[in-house]
Ligand binder design. Sequence first.
Ligand code: ADP
Ligand code: C5P
Length: 207
Amino acid sequence: MREQAVIIGIAGGSASGKTSIAHQLYDCFQGHHKVKIMKQDDYYKDQSHMVFEERTKTNYDHPFAFDTDLLVEHLKKLKNKETILKPTYDYTLHTRSHITETIEGRDVIILEGIFVLAEKAVRDMCDILVYVDTDSDIRFIRRLRRDIEERGRSLDSVCKQYLETVRPMHEQFIEPSKKYAHIIVPEGGSNIVAVDLLITKIKSIVD
Ligand code: ADP
Ligand code: C5P
């Protein structure tokens, strides 16, 4: 086994299927290797000093919303299989939760998030760069459902946020970051062939 962890970065627009692909890879590797899924979203800046109303106004699709320095610091440690104390995030409260997760050294780190390719310091830490490419109408429908069911949002708030920040920031930052991908996966987790190819490639690196 390698002394350093392999880091697989999975980027793509909101609700493109990043988490779904991350879990498919995880399921495939966990029997043979120590694997951990990391969410870039856990590194949104702490906003507990702000009142809730103020937090709802943050642009969560801009690089400034993230504590990228902390993420890169943690990725460097994970690369060397060192232990980190990872923050966790609460979408319903728009800030970090009180829970901190201890993550010990792993063989494979699967990092998923909208800015994994767009942030140079983050993508430079990754051995394999994947972009999940799903049409924006499909992503919007998925996001609408998910944000209402799981993230405590209303129909109006999802539509407003999508038009004001999610869509323009996607066009400015996320879509252009596709050019940095080693592999572009159309249609997210339902693309079984692409996921199988990814698994074969990762196996050739870690085994
Ligand atoms: P991301 O991590 O990119 O935001 P997810 O994998 O969490 O995307 O998917 C967003 C939502 O879309 C989730 O509710 C998920 O269940 C749903 N979803 C993901 N992939 C598919 C698919 N191929 N078909 C239908 N729904 C999907
Ligand atoms: O899982 P997904 O990639 O969709 O998560 C990123 C999205 O989460 C961003 O597009 C951002 O708009 C959204 N977000 C939010 N509220 C927060 C934090 C993130 O709507 N408090």
